[in-house]
Design a protein around this ligand. Structure first.
Ligand code: HSE
Length: 369
């Protein structure tokens, strides 16, 4: 065993991560070199779906973040303040970070990456966007040469699952949401999914990478799917559209008043033509369509939530760090390109958005003679 992993959280994604790390057979050989040495949980006595020795479980999360073990801290507890504090403490103690925490990164990315740069450690977040879909590393690396025009995603599995089932079965939102929670897709507080906040955090991270600037979360217009009814779905179906919760970041070509290039940043339900590539993304799947020059269009597609898929992204980040640690003789600050932007992107006000809208009115059917 070579590299030590401290794991914070043994919920849906933490369990999936431990399951992968504890069954290396048939996977990349590097996984055999990883050892979970400590796992921080809220309740040690809870029954779990993974065979973790009780000896390595602890409720002292801070001890894992601050112990002298220098390898990798995997933060999967979710939430905001505690996660942020533990990440910063672990960085301070020279640990590399792997996190799935979009809430923390979209709010405190600047602080966290500044601290990591100073310490010469990596912060990896593939699992924070699009669940199991590899999109962070491609945006940072393979697509980095492109001038990105737009990033449009279905990035929330819960709402996509709900909308798809409403579309397919005429089901009600509340009934399907309960299923999404049972399947482990929805956040602990599912309003973060249903009201678009989860998608908002993710598009902030994607936009920051795509447009090389910091994103102010308050600049992102956000509307969720609570207002979408079975009637809307039935009418739009007749018009050959499907309703999807889209997270959109694009260069704004409409606003001719501004001399500074602005971005449109918005999350809301949108009518998507049935022949559009995003229209056929159903259930808990996510997809992110990136348009840029010279790549034109590339779409990333895969499971956007759930234990195994999200854990796949977590472990891929652990492997990326370990692959570098194995070859490094000197610490190289961030060979894995990171969030190091210094300026905030300009956002076009939503009130100036020029686009097409779907509206539905209730009217009295009166015959005027
Ligand atoms: N609640 C999220 C989703 C899970 O539904 O996409 C992944 O973080």
């Amino acid at each position: 065993m070579g590299f030590k992993i401290g794991l914070l959280g043994l919920g849906t994604v933490g369990t999936g991560t431990a399951q992968i790390l504890l069954s290396p057979q048939g996977r990349h050989p590097l996984i055999q070199e990883l050892e979970i040495y400590r796992v921080g949980v809220r309740d040690i006595s809870k029954t779990r779906d993974v065979d973790i020795s009780l000896d390595i479980l602890t409720t002292d999360l801070e001890a894992i973040a601050t112990d002298s073990n220098k390898n990798i801290l995997v933060e999967l507890i979710g939430g905001l303040e505690l996660a942020r504090t533990l990440i910063l403490k672990a960085i301070e103690h020279g640990k590399h970070i792997v996190t799935a925490n979009k809430v923390v990164i979209s709010r405190y990315g600047l602080e966290i990456f500044a601290a990591a740069n100073e310490k010469g450690v990596y912060v990896m977040l593939e699992a924070a966007v699009g669940g199991g879909i590899p999109v962070i590393q491609p945006l940072k690396g393979s697509l980095g040469v492109n001038r990105i025009h737009s990033v449009i995603g279905i990035v929330n599995g819960t709402t996509n699952y709900i909308l798809a089932r409403m579309q397919q079965e005429g089901a009600d939102l509340a009934d399907v949401l309960a299923d999404a929670q049972r399947l482990g897709y929805a956040e602990a507080y599912p309003s973060a999914d249903v009201e678009g906040l989860d998608a908002k955090d993710q598009i902030a991270i994607l936009a920051s990478l795509a447009f090389s600037g910091l994103i102010n979360l308050e600049d992102i217009h956000c509307g969720g799917i609570r207002q979408v009814t079975a009637a809307d779905i039935a009418y739009t179906d007749k018009l050959d559209f499907v309703i999807k919760l889209l997270a959109i970041a694009k260069r704004d070509s409409n606003n001719t008043n501004s001399t500074i290039e602005q971005l449109q940043l918005r999350v809301h339900p949108a009518l998507v033509p049935k022949n559009h590539p995003l229209a056929s993304i159903n259930d808990v799947y996510n997809a992110i369509l990136v348009e840029g020059d010279p790549i034109r269009q590339v779409m990333f597609f895969g499971p956007g939530a759930g234990s195994g898929p999200t854990a796949s992204a977590v472990v891929s980040d652990i492997m990326s760090i370990v692959a570098i640690l194995k070859t490094e003789t000197e610490p190289v600050p961030h060979p894995l390109p990171s969030y190091t932007h210094q300026h905030y992107c300009e956002t076009a006000p939503i009130t100036e958005l020029v686009t097409r809208f779907y509206t539905r009115f209730m009217t009295k059917d009166i015959l005027v003679s």
